[in-house]
Design a protein around this ligand. Structure first.
Ligand SMILES: C[S@@+](CC[C@H](N)C(=O)[O-])C[C@H]1O[C@@H](n2cnc3c(N)ncnc32)[C@H](O)[C@@H]1O
Length: 383
C-alpha cells in the first residue's frame, strides 16, 4: 500500500504527519486525556514502551512546553467559541470578569510545569525529545526499576534506599506496549498480556498514592482477572476505546485512577503479579471465618446467611451485582473515524512520516530484500 493510499484509508496516519506527531498513537493518548483529564495535577510521568515517541511528544509538549491539547485544548476551544459568540477578545473577556479597566500587559508566555520529569523506556532506541529522558531497556526486567529511579532523580537517587522515598514517586504511568503482532490471535493476546503485567508491576513500584495508570490491553479471555486485580489497588478502573483506535482491533486502554494499595502491600519485581501471583485483598475472609446465621424457614428449609461477605469482595458492587469495568468510547464525535476512508484532493502531496523507526526489528529483512533485488520475489538476475 502506497503512502497516498494509506493517507486516504487512515485519517490519523495522515493527520499525524500533518500535525507533526511521530505516530498516529498520539491521538489515542489525546482522546483519552479529553475524556479523563489525565494530565491534571501531573508533573512526574513514566512512558513505558515509548518508541517512536508520539506519547512522549504529547507529554513533552504539555508538561515541558506548556502547550494545550486534549482536555485543556478542548476547554480552550470552548472559551474561544464563547469569546467569538460574545464578540470579545481575550483581554476584554478577562476585564469583563474582573470588572475593572483593561490593563496593558504582555501576552502570557507558554510555560511548562514546575518540577516536570518525564522518563520514557523502550527496547528500541528513540530520537531525543525536549525534557524527556529516554532509556533503552526491557520493562519485564527487574533491573529496569533502579535505572528508572536514577533517571527520575539523577541527583538524589540512592541505590541503598530502593524502597523509594515519596519524592521519587510518579503521578502517572502510561504504557502503550505491544509485541510485534504475529496475526495468531491467542499468541498475540498472551504476549501483550505479559507486557501489560510487566507495566503494572513496574507502576506499582513507582506510583504515588492517588496516582494514575493507563495501559493498552487486548480484550482477551483473561482480561477480567486483570480488572479484578486493578480494582484492588485503584479507586476507579475503566476501559476506554479512543475513536482513533480501529473498531476492528481488539485493542482498548485501561484507565486506573486513585492508586490506593492495601495496607502492608509491598510491590516487588522478584515476585511479580501475573496470572499466577495476585494482590492480597485488604480483608481476606474465608467462609469458615465468616459469621454464619442459620434460619429454619416455615417449610423446613434451612437458610445459611454468610453475613456481609459480599461487601468484602472487590468484584461485588452495592446491591450484590458483579462489578464489571465500565467501558467508554472516547474522542470528540466530530473527530475522524479511524475505520473510514476519506477522499483527498487529487493534487494533494503525501508527506513523509515525521520520525521513521530508528531501528525497527524488520530493518534487517528490508536490507536483505534490497540486496536480493527488491520486493515480492523479484530478485536480481531474473527477467
Ligand atoms: C505501539 S509501540 C508504542 C508507540 C508509542 N506509544 C508512541 O506513541 O510512539 C509499542 C512499543 O512497545 C515496545 N516494547 C515491546 N516490548 C517491550 C519491552 N519488553 N520493553 C520495552 N519496550 C517494549 C516496542 O519496542 C514498541 O516500540
Amino acid at each position: 500500500m502506497g503512502k497516498s493510499s494509506k493517507d486516504k484509508r487512515d485519517a490519523y496516519y495522515r493527520l499525524a504527519k500533518e500535525q507533526g506527531w511521530r505516530a498516529r498513537s498520539a491521538y489515542k493518548l489525546l482522546q483519552l486525556d479529553e475524556q479523563f483529564d489525565l494530565f491534571a495535577n501531573v508533573t512526574r510521568v513514566v512512558d513505558l514502551c515509548a518508541a517512536p515517541g508520539s506519547w512522549s511528544q504529547v507529554l513533552s509538549r504539555v508538561l515541558i512546553k506548556g502547550e494545550k491539547f486534549g482536555r485543556a485544548g478542548l476547554e480552550e476551544k470552548k472559551a474561544e467559541t464563547r469569546r467569538y459568540v460574545l464578540g470579545l477578545d481575550e483581554k476584554e473577556e478577562e476585564s469583563s470578569t474582573q470588572n475593572g479597566a483593561v490593563e496593558e500587559t504582555e501576552p502570557p508566555k507558554k510555560r511548562g510545569r514546575e518540577g516536570a520529569r518525564i522518563v520514557s523506556i523502550d527496547l528500541q532506541p528513540m530520537s531525543p525529545l525536549e525534557g524527556v529522558t529516554t532509556l533503552r531497556a526491557d520493562i519485564t526486567r527487574p533491573s529496569t526499576i533502579p535505572l528508572l529511579l536514577r533517571a527520575l532523580d539523577p541527583d538524589t537517587y540512592d541505590p541503598a534506599a530502593l524502597s523509594s522515598s515519596p519524592s521519587q514517586l510518579v503521578d502517572l504511568v502510561i504504557s502503550d506496549g505491544a509485541p510485534d503482532v504475529t496475526g495468531l490471535h491467542d499468541l498475540d493476546i498472551y504476549v501483550q498480556s505479559q507486557l501489560l503485567w510487566a507495566a503494572l508491576n513496574l507502576a506499582l513500584c513507582v506510583l504515588k498514592p492517588g496516582g494514575k495508570f493507563v495501559a493498552k490491553i487486548f480484550r482477551g479471555k483473561d482480561v477480567d482477572l486483570l480488572f479484578a486485580q486493578l480494582k484492588i489497588v485503584f479507586e476507579r478502573v475503566r476501559v476506554a476505546k479512543p475513536r482513533s483506535s480501529r473498531a476492528s482491533s481488539i485493542e482498548a486502554f485501561v484507565v486506573c485512577e486513585g492508586f490506593c494499595p492495601p495496607a502492608g502491600f509491598k510491590p516487588t519485581l522478584d515476585a511479580p503479579l501475573g496470572a499466577g501471583t495476585q494482590i492480597p485483598t485488604a480483608k481476606p475472609k474465608s467462609r469458615q471465618d465468616a459469621e454464619v446465621s442459620r434460619t429454619v424457614r416455615d417449610d423446613g428449609v434451612v437458610e445459611l446467611d454468610f453475613g456481609d461477605e459480599k461487601e468484602d469482595r472487590d468484584d461485588v458492587e452495592e446491591g450484590g451485582a458483579q462489578w464489571i469495568a465500565p467501558f467508554l468510547a472516547c474522542g470528540d464525535l466530530s473527530a475522524y473515524d479511524s475505520d473510514a476512508t476519506y477522499h483527498l484532493p487529487k493534487d494533494r502531496v503525501s508527506l513523509d512520516p515525521v520520525q521513521p523507526p530508528t531501528a525497527p526489528p524488520y530493518k534487517r529483512a528490508l536490507e536483505m530484500r534490497k540486496l536480493a533485488g527488491g520486493a515480492y520475489g523479484k530478485t536480481k538476475g531474473q527477467s
